[in-house]
Design a binder for this molecule. Structure first.
Ligand code: FAD
Ligand code: NAP
Length: 898
């Protein structure tokens, strides 16, 4: 039935037995449901919202426990879709209380007259897609079923409280409360013995206030958390000034930020700061009392790198030791089992100090687990605690709980969502699910949702969905469904993103680990609010990539594919470069290009410290050649890797791959000597190769003086440097040495054939372009020389070469010639391993600390070098970002990550 007719029949919509017909049904009347109603109605859709509660508010309706407040500053945690609404409401505090936020949502409902389209006290119990009519039928526990073209679940990420999972709750004779379902009437705790189970945000907010009322409070803590003082009060003056100075700009910045709060991206790394400087930054953040600030503004590596993060965690631990007087209690309150930020940190008011009160006892459930709840209280395996009241602050079946509670949700072909999600949620963009046409989720699993200021994410989702419905109405499409390819691609992109943060290293509700039996995996999108927004926009600008659209009078449209195939950080780098609108390097001339590279490199993050960096020269054929030596901090002598930088035989120098050399020196535990070979056009073919050979021989002969192990050396190089390294192996074999124990070739140039697919597929858009490669070749080498194995090693004899590790990147014009070289080495009997790096570009691995997803590749390169040198495998301490935090208890997720 066309929507126009549906709309007409809506006026006859009935209740009690007949079906309530609308264009769009919304489930939930929290922040998301309310904004949906407002937009849908404004844009001319007939709609109804179904809400289990008897009023609006969602989270802020249900969570009325003492101390409930937001943990994002209220000037950010509010709607921004209507500037008049913004000026009509004034928040009274930096972090508003639950009653104030609930009043605000009531005010919003009244202002837009939303309640008339909300059916309160109505729970949606099941949903079924009818392919014949192309409509959803929603069954409710109260009143008419609802038939709708579009079904939007605004059911909340944290709206389905988790059962306590402790035996005997029903036997307890006292009062029982759940923070997530707190009564509307006053709960009197004065003079009572109260137990709180749980020390997440809800526990941490309520415990200090409960302690003030109760005769005695016993806190049962399973996992300690990091909590930061809120320093609540008036809204922070500097933030208010920023907002009022440019409200539209401030809001726009939030929409494109990492977490939905307008804070800059931190660029200084922890190792660039001294101990006192780091402490000063931490103290400043502690004094500000802002979770997002503390989680993102200390140093650039705090969220992505285990060691960068551990520095924050340790400063936190010091604070806890200072505040809590009893060292034993402090020790129990100090978290060790997860990296800071991997579990949501909490915002507190007097939380740690509460444990100095004489009427408060902390029970560490890691030392004495709860055995059961009895009529009189709680029994651990060591003691019994008689109490009058038990407060369960035990959290939620997060992200999927409320969605799966509507059961069954049957999509196309009668398939049930709970079956399809049995091994964890699968979505496209966190918004839609393959097989479930016209079903949308607001802040669903796979979107930034709970890792962001939720209101910013909600507004983005609502706008995206309603804009799609308008577009469909205008074009005549009536169904929209994500394709399998798109959904698989999104899962892969989610997995790629999750290597960028430390969430995968902790067992939390983000990963489903808090609910026994729940499938585990990082559920929210960890790539950031701004990048996510740009991807959603890209889906549309590329013709609804990943969606199939159908309609009665229009040809089916399916632009199948994956919206993101690049690694997430590579995508950001490329977007940034595109915005810079740089002139093609080849248009700058050789000197101009060199100046550009030097300037570009000056802005990159400084490389990490190594034991020692020594600049020197070695004798070349026509005079000294400069080199830079990177020595590990460990005692030597170390094996030596002779390294050749990239730059198309034209650009770069012995320092230009500094971050890569430092990183590889640290990871491999070997000396890296980067050679300043001579460049074209001043020195054309075969100078680079011959300089490289001379340098390698000299280093091999002087290994002992350089602090290295005498005997054989290894060679490594990136791009044109990979070409030189490959050529040197052939020269060394043919010229009687030096002995080379192994070659690491990263995106090497190996041939002058330009007709392999990667030269076309990746001709533009991935930094190294086909035209730049032509330019390099022209400058270095005449056409007649190009088939010489000293520049095209693929054309040389390959038998008898040292074992090799060849790295190629999917989006690199040189990909196929690197693979061809690896294959040819193998065919010639050379032991060879290939790393074909998915989603990476030519420069991914040398952009250390920018392209974080390159870490695992460099770990593999270092391991290969160690194998070549006959060293035992070693995981370097520190910076690889893949090492889980010290674990007090076995961690499924952490173990999987390792
Ligand atoms: P909700 O507010 O959860 O609303 C969903 C609604 O759907 C509920 O009213 C529920 O009753 C209804 N519903 C669900 N299933 C059904 C069904 N089958 N039938 C009918 N109705 C149904 N986020 C932040 O960004 N900053 C914060 O400071 C912050 N503080 C929080 C504090 C607490 C105590 C909690 C629990 C969460 C907090 N969050 C915070 C997350 C918070 O959930 C979101 O910010 C936001 O309120 C979510 O709005 P929503 O409309 O998407 O979902
Ligand atoms: P939570 O973070 O999941 O915390 C639940 C707590 O209960 C944890 O300490 C957990 O221990 C413990 N627990 C669960 N089951 C238990 C059991 N069977 N026995 C013993 N202990 C058990 O839940 P939450 O505190 O309600 O917070 C959830 C999220 O809501 C927050 O992370 C935040 O996003 C949001 N929230 C925000 C605020 C705010 O400040 N604005 C306030 C409340 C909630 P384990 O850790 O060992 O599982």
């Amino acid at each position: 039935m066309p929507d126009a007719m549906v709309a007409a029949s809506n006026s006859q919509a009935t209740s009690g037995g007949t079906t309530h017909q609308v264009d769009v049904a919304v489930v939930g009347a929290g922040f998301a449901g309310l904004y949906l109603l407002q937009r849908l109605r404004k844009d001319g859709f007939t709609t109804v919202a179904l809400e289990e509660a008897d009023d609006v508010g969602g989270t802020w309706y249900w969570n009325r426990y003492p101390g409930a407040r937001c943990d994002i500053q209220t000037i950010d945690y509010c709607y921004t879709f209507d500037p008049e609404l913004e000026s009509a409401w004034k928040w009274s505090e930096k972090y508003a209380t639950q009653p104030e936020i609930l009043r605000y949502l009531g005010f919003v409902a009244d202002r837009y007259d939303l309640r008339r389209d909300i059916r309160f006290c109505t729970k949606v119990t099941a949903a079924r897609w009818d392919q014949a009519t192309e409509r959803w039928l929603l069954t409710t526990d109260n009143g008419a079923a609802v038939s709708c073209r579009y079904y939007i679940m605004a059911t909340g990420c944290l709206s389905s409280p988790k059962p306590p999972e402790i035996d005997g709750v029903k036997d307890f004779k006292g009062e029982v409360y759940f923070t997530g379902r707190w009564p509307h009437e006053e709960v009197k705790l004065a003079g009572k013995r109260v137990a709180v189970i749980g020390s997440g945000s809800s526990g941490i907010q309520s415990i200090p206030l409960i302690a003030e009322q109760a005769a005695h409070l016993t806190v049962f803590q399973r996992t300690p958390n990091f909590a930061l003082p809120a320093h609540n009060g008036a809204a922070t003056a500097d933030r208010v000034a920023l907002l009022e100075g440019d409200r539209a700009g401030y809001r726009e910045q939030a929409r494109w930020s990492g977490a939905g709060v307008p804070l800059p991206k931190q660029t200084v790394c922890s190792w660039q700061l001294s101990d006192p400087e780091r402490r000063e930054r931490f103290e400043n953040a502690w004094a500000i009392g802002d979770l997002i600030f503390m989680s993102s503004q200390l140093w650039a590596d705090q969220r992505v790198d285990v060691d960068g993060d551990a520095l924050v965690a340790e400063l936190f631990r010091e604070k806890i030791r200072t505040i809590v007087k009893d060292p034993g209690i402090a020790a129990s309150l100090i978290p060790y089992d997860h990296p800071f930020g991997a579990k949501r940190p909490c915002l507190d008011t007097n939380y740690y100090a509460t444990f100095n009160r004489p009427n408060v006892t902390l029970v560490n459930l890691r030392q004495e687990p709860i055995k059961s709840i009895m009529a009189s209280g709680i029994k651990t395996d060591k003691r019994t605690f008689d109490v009058d009241v038990i407060v369960f602050a035990t959290g939620f079946d997060a992200m999927t709980g409320a969605i799966m509670a509507v059961h069954p949700i049957k999509g196309r072909g009668g398939k049930s969502l709970s079956d399809i999600w049995a091994n964890g949620p699968q979505t496209y963009l966190g918004l839609t699910v393959t097989g479930f046409p016209n079903l949308f989720m607001i802040t669903g699993p796979g979107s930034p949702s709970v890792l962001s200021n939720m209101v910013v994410s909600i507004e983005q989702h609502v706008d995206w969905v309603v804009d799609r419905l308008i577009a469909m109405r205008e074009t005549g499409f009536t169904t929209l469904e994500a394709t399998e390819t798109a959904q698989h691609g999104w899962a892969r992109h989610m997995a790629d993103c999750s290597t960028l943060t430390l969430h995968r290293l902790a067992n939390t509700w983000y990963t489903g680990a808090n609910v026994p039996g729940k499938a585990q995996g990082v559920m929210p999108y960890t790539g950031g609010v701004g990048p996510y927004r740009s991807i959603c926009n890209e889906v549309v600008s590329r013709g609804m990539v990943g969606f199939r659209l159908t309609g009665p009078n229009i040809a089916e449209q399916c632009n199948d594919g994956e919206v993101v195939r690049l690694q997430p950080d590579v995508r950001l780098v490329l977007n940034m470069l595109e915005e810079m609108k740089l002139a093609p390097i080849e248009s700058l001339g050789a000197q101009g290009a060199r100046d550009f590279v030097a300037e570009f490199n000056a802005d990159r993050p400084a490389g990490r410290p190594v034991g020692e960096v020594v600049d020197g020269t070695l004798p070349g054929t026509d005079g000294p050649l400069p080199y830079r030596l990177y020595r590990p901090a460990t005692p030597g002598p170390h094996p030596i890797v002779v390294y050749f930088h990239g730059g198309g035989w034209v650009l770069g120098d012995q320092q230009s791959d500094d971050p890569y050399c430092r990183d590889m020196c640290r990871r491999s535990g070997m000396i890296f000597v980067s050679i300043g070979y001579r460049h074209a056009p001043e020195h054309r073919f075969p100078t680079a190769a011959e300089d490289g050979y001379v340098a390698t021989r000299w280093i091999s002969e002087h290994a002992g003086e350089l602090g290295g192990q005498p005997g054989s050396v290894l060679v490594a190089g990136w791009s044109a440097g990979g070409n030189i390294a490959a050529v040197i192996c052939q020269l060394a074999r043919d010229r009687g040495g030096p002995h080379i124990a192994g070659q690491l070739l990263v995106c090497p140039i190996t041939d002058c054939t330009f007709d392999r697919p990667s030269y076309n597929d990746n001709a533009t858009g991935y930094f190294l372009t086909r035209s730049l490669m032509y330019w390099f070749w022209d400058i270095y080498c005449s056409p007649a020389d190009r088939i010489d194995p000293r520049v095209s090693p693929l054309r040389g004899k390959l038998a008898g070469l040292p074992q090799a590790f060849v790295v190629t990147c999917e989006f690199d014009p040189l990909r196929d010639e690197g693979i061809a070289y690896g294959d040819a080495l193998a065919a010639a009997g050379v032991p060879v391993e290939q790393l074909k790096a998915r989603g990476h570009i030519h420069s991914s691995f040398t952009m250390v600390d920018v392209v974080i997803t390159g870490v695992s590749g460099r770990v593999q390169m270092a391991e290969a070098l160690r194998r070549f040198a006959g060293l035992p495998p070693e995981r370097k301490q520190g910076d690889e970002g893949v090492r889980p935090a010290r674990t007090a208890t076995p961690h499924k997720i952490a173990a999987a990550a390792e």
